[in-house]
Design a protein around this ligand. Structure first.
Ligand code: PLP
Length: 473
């Protein structure tokens, strides 16, 4: 074995979601041996019922045939341009037609004129997170990121890779992060010698918070970041996985001030996670030396070109196909909106969410002294809290409790404590220690069997929750 000495390389802690995924096969075996059915309330994966790629592949093939026709190619020996480009080296920005189409369709939805030359392809939203962190970490100066407590584990995992980056987190209430606390944290981070580039968040369908920020709070947060001179990195995987009425939906940050925001779009939830399509978009300008400003998108492009070189052009062309619909006469027209795409997915998530909320209310509503749960206006999750001490004392949602939930009830749930950044757990050692994240996005069944499974899973959860606080089922 090669013995490379690397004293400054640090081993990162494994996130609780990964630990859970790794231990699941073993736990599932034990649960099965005990005759328990396994209920999935842990995974944050899109539902298989709405991510069957076969229909999409047919649609893509027809769209590509249409592109070929448009090129006027009758000779089968001539290579169509879309196919050549899909398998070639491209510029870091990728095929222009994809960005132009996406800019028009997405822009219409959010009432913005998006500049396609500022759309940087990323490897999903994860790639966008990594890209924006890399950009600000490159100089080697100490950086501090502001984020929510709790926050997305993929963000804290990425930030932890950089040894000169730290996190200053902001506690939330039912509307979003507390604005004055955010201001305090920005200032504290600066006082400790950090450069503070941005505040990272998931305002719609917060993962793991299980709610969407109110419009009022978004405006308050926007005022704080504008006054303090930092950006918002808006991670938006659930923008369209939205359960609010159209007239009640708050505005995404980038539609409020595109020059103050770095918006991360991903195709993972509205399309498919596998192709890893995403875009980073920002109209921000950065002052890089006295009096010299450059568009953030240009810096991101340079960063991306050395990190990725370029995104898979075939996957991007597939995304372009998704943004078109057949006109019934062999032709294709561009979508006027991405909401119809979302609607095909929302059918499942809306039903699952309804079942979750209805069963929780029915079973635990009469015991609100012991329990509370968030109402998700978007996304895949609710946060379930054990409130007052039960007859058996306080309920601790640690790893041991979560393992017991699988082994004794077949329930896969995720403890919340790991989603609280380190500083939040130092402020409050009990942060998240009475909370679970319940997801309603995933099961192994479809149609009526899915609905039945969802109901059964939440019923099983309610039985377990009642037993934990010591009230009769
Ligand atoms: C808040 C958040 N950001 C990013 C991601 C990762 O998305 P992608 O597949 O686009 O990398 C997820 C996935 O669940 C998420 O919940």
């Amino acid at each position: 074995m090669a013995n490379l000495v690397a004293p400054k390389v640090q081993k990162q802690a494994v996130s609780v979601t990964r630990k859970m995924a790794a231990s699941l096969p073993g736990l599932r075996e034990i649960a099965n041996k005990r005759g328990l059915k396994v209920h999935h309330l842990g995974a944050g994966y899109p539902h298989p019922e709405v991510t069957d790629p076969r229909g999409f592949l047919q649609h893509q093939e027809r769209y590509f045939a249409h592109l070929r026709e448009q090129e006027g190619l009758n000779d089968p020996d001539v290579l169509p341009e879309y196919l050549r480009e899909s398998y070639s080296y491209t510029d870091t920005l990728g095929p222009v037609s994809v960005r132009e189409t996406f800019a028009r369709v997405y822009g219409k939805d959010w009432n913005l004129t998006l500049d396609p030359s500022k759309l940087i392809p990323t490897v999903g939203a994860s790639g966008g997170i990594s890209l924006i962190c890399s950009m600000f970490e490159r100089s080697g100066e100490q950086v501090a990121y502001i984020t929510d407590a709790p926050t997305y584990a993929g963000f804290t995992a990425r930030a932890a890779l950089c040894q000169h980056a730290s996190i200053f987190s902001v506690d939330m209430d039912g509307e979003g992060p507390k604005p004055e606390l955010m201001r305090k944290q920005i200032r504290a981070a600066r006082q400790q010698g950090n450069f503070v580039p941005f505040y990272y968040t998931v305002p719609d369908g917060h993962n793991p918070g299980g709610f969407s920020f109110t419009q009022k709070r978004r405006e308050e947060i926007m005022a704080v970041v504008q006054e303090e001179g930092i950006l918002i990195v808006e991670d938006a995987p659930y923008l369209y996985i939205n359960f609010a009425n159209a007239d009640k939906r708050p505005k995404p940050f980038f539609s409020m001030a595109p020059d103050q925001v770095v918006h991360l779009f991903t195709g993972s939830k509205i399309g498919f996670p596998g192709p890893r399509v995403g875009f980073l978009y920002s109209e921000a300008e950065l002052e890089i030396s006295k009096g010299q400003s450059v568009p953030l998108s240009e810096l991101a492009l340079v960063e991306s070109s050395s990190e990725l070189l370029f995104h898979n052009p075939g996957a991007l062309m597939g995304f372009e196909a998704l943004l078109h619909e057949a006109d019934g006469q062999g032709g294709f027209t561009e979508l006027q909106s991405m909401w119809p795409l979302a609607e095909s997915k929302l059918v499942v998530y809306r039903e699952n969410r309804e079942i979750l909320l209805q069963v929780l209310e029915q079973e635990l509503g009469p015991h609100r002294k012991f329990f509370s749960w968030t109402l998700p206006d978007g996304g895949f999750f609710t946060v379930f809290s054990f409130l007052a001490d039960g007859i058996n004392g306080p309920v601790l949602t640690d790893d041991a409790m979560v393992e017991k939930m699988v082994m004794e009830h077949g329930l896969v749930v995720i403890p919340m404590y790991d989603f609280y950044p380190k500083d939040a757990r130092q402020r409050d050692t009990g942060a998240g220690m009475n909370q679970l994240r319940l997801s309603f996005c995933f099961s192994e069944s479809a149609g009526q069997a899915r609905r039945d499974d969802m109901r059964e899973a939440i019923m099983a959860f309610c039985v377990a929750a009642k037993a934990l606080v010591g009230i009769a089922a």
